[in-house]
Ligand binder design. Structure first.
Ligand code: NAP
Length: 339
């Protein structure tokens, strides 16, 4: 039986990866940082048999001693390093803590592997945000990185740390450069979940409009469940390497919102321009407004994945289409709300 450690098991990807590794017969260990309510995040939503099979280790990414002991004690076959301060907007407000968790934290993980469990294969969760404002579209593993947020800088540092430890010490350490992936357990601060939750609320009677930032922001959005399959495939591959995961489709925030309302049976249209633009339903009610305060200080746009290497080498491809993803999310957020 293979043993895997997942950092960030309480997050979105940790939820889907736990389910996948359970189905594949792994012994799963998860790292969770303690909080006063002892909440285990999305782990609480896992099927009971999966949840109960997981061994939890309480620890923080910024604690080097914790990771040294964990790797010394467990010597896992695989380690999926998913834990991070993952929200770009927050990284502008709190760059130092983002760097502490995402850069120093990643250094703690790779050092613990190097010193105590060099046979462990590691996946690092890198990000399309590292491309910043790319000059070429679509982006692949050879596209230059031009990060435009503290989050993106921290992920690029993690990416290069992973690559450097692989080359310098002959360790099996791989980077997954994932484009945006969403789901019914996505954090509520992310725009897709903000939309699906608001649609669930508005479609069942709430009159409070959904507030969005840049409606023209375009993203390559996929379903998280598909991406965790790619992560595992990378660690089964014969050699460590870096791979892009995405859908190869671009959609605006406006398109996402329009489709989300349509899943709930509401047809909306758009009136006005810029910060005065509004989404209006068939009865003339304003259901979406623009809030300039939600714009990023520096936009990063045009992330479009060229995942041909992952397709050719690993046999990976995204299975869930844009409209299916939105349907999954909105239907989940409408559950239990219909009167
Ligand atoms: P997520 O839902 O925000 O999960 C992040 C996880 O990291 C949570 O379990 C969180 O724990 C944990 N964490 C944060 N700070 C920690 C600390 N100091 N010590 C220990 N654990 C800590 O993120 P996700 O969407 O699953 O993404 C997984 C990884 O992929 C992240 O590294 C993210 O940056 C990267 N990524 C995601 C996407 C995407 O579109 N989802 C795209 C590219 C890359 P708490 O529950 O305690 O907060």
């Amino acid at each position: 039986m293979k043993k895997a450690i997942i950092t960030g098991i309480s997050g979105q990807d940790g939820y889907f990866l736990s389910k996948l590794l359970y189905e594949k017969g792994y012994e799963i260990h998860g790292v969770i940082r303690r909080n006063s309510s002892m909440s285990v995040g999305n782990m609480a939503l896992l099927p009971e048999k999966v949840r109960e099979s997981i061994t939890i280790h309480y620890g923080d990414l910024t604690d080097a001693n914790f990771f040294a002991k964990l790797l010394k004690d467990e010597r896992p076959d695989e380690l999926y390093h998913l834990a991070a301060q993952s929200f770009v907007g927050y990284s502008f407000q709190n760059p130092s803590s983002t760097y502490d968790v995402n850069i120093s934290g990643t250094l703690n993980v790779v050092n613990a592997i190097k010193d105590y469990s060099p046979a462990t294969r590691m996946y690092f969760a890198a990000s399309s945000e590292m491309y910043g404002q790319p000059e070429t579209v679509p982006q692949n593993e050879n596209t230059p990185f031009k990060p435009r947020s503290p989050y993106a800088i921290s992920k690029l540092a993690g990416f290069w740390t992973t690559k450097t430890y692989r080359d310098a010490y002959g360790l099996f350490m791989s980077n997954g450069i994932s484009f945006n992936h969403e789901s019914e357990v996505r954090g509520p601060e992310f725009v897709t979940r903000k939309i699906s939750q608001a649609v669930g609320r508005i479609a069942t009677g709430s009159r409070e409009p959904l507030k969005l930032g840049n409606l023209d922001a375009r993203k390559d959005w996929g379903y998280a469940q598909d991406y965790v399959e790619g992560m595992r495939m990378m660690l089964q591959h014969e050699k460590p390497d870096d791979f892009v995961f995405g859908t190869g489709e671009l959609h605006t925030v406006r398109e996402f919102a329009t489709e989300a309302f349509s899943v709930a049976g509401m047809r909306i249209h758009w009136e006005g321009k810029g910060v005065d633009e509004k989404g209006v339903d068939e009865q003339g009610n304003v259901v979406v407004t623009v809030d300039a305060g939600l714009f990023r200080p520096l936009e990063a746009d045009n992330f479009l994945a060229d995942y041909s290497k992952a397709k050719k080498v690993l046999g990976w491809k995204p299975r869930t289409k844009f409209k299916e993803l939105i349907k999954i999310m909105v239907e989940n957020d409408m559950k239990g709300k219909k009167g």
